[in-house]
Design a protein around this ligand. Sequence first.
Ligand code: ZN
Length: 299
Amino acid sequence: MIPYVRDIKFDYGACDQVSPLIRRVVANNPGPFTFLGTGTYIVGRGEVAVIDPGPDLPEHLEAILAALEPGERVSHILVTHHHSDHSPLARPLQEKTGAPIYGCAVGAQAEESTIKTEAGSDFGFAPDISLCGGGTVLKGPGWTLEAIATPGHTSNHICFALIEENALFSGDHIMGWSTTVITPPDGDMTDYMDSLELVKARGFSTLWPTHGPPVTEVTPFIEAYIAHRRAREAQVLDAVAQGHGRIKDMVPVLYAAVDKRLWPAASRSVLGHMIDLVRRGLVTTDGEAGLDSDYRLAG
Ligand SMILES: [Zn+2]
């Protein structure tokens, strides 16, 4: 079982100091993929970085600007990925502050992933400064943020480590309230599992997801997240072994307990596993691994 964290107290549009270096303003965009809304983080004092400005809501832009102290300046606008609940407000915030936008450009394959499994995509997202591949270190007075490439949820997903607090802004890569959606081809299960291991190895004390409260029991949480995916993978392999080699036959069995309206999203998630299993040589199919392919155990 994943030890989800869902207790969070806030008022929409209000600014809360949630750690010595971190303030949070939550946008009023609750929904099935955003939990209670997008948490926009403001890092530092005086010269600050804003992480995931959020959806293009005028009142959220006003709330972010109102959260700044007199004389405070936004020096960096950081974006974890191009989903509609994360990046669209970056340009309007730039128009008000002049700060450059940092992030990784949308992958060429991203539009193929567009189905209603997410809050929508912002294909116009175009950072001024590329963080693709990670490794870039950004500094302000008293704060240091390191970009860490964490592909999986999307190919361009970036997490940001706040070195002074041994904390990670985990975007949608690791969400405390839910598992994350992996939608091929832009979403990639192989990359996703590697990115979970990468974050786990860093030994962060706290994760600050875009949606919901922080995760403070970081290692057990990530281990449970990994175990959940491996358990699903075992179920998929079992179904294939029993001759149920088509995703459309697996989903009603594997997701019997889940609302049928979520089965299309579940099908994409199973496809994510199939692509990964084919790559690892455990499963095979004729031609490219797709939603309608017939899968069988390899060897
Ligand atoms: Zn997302």
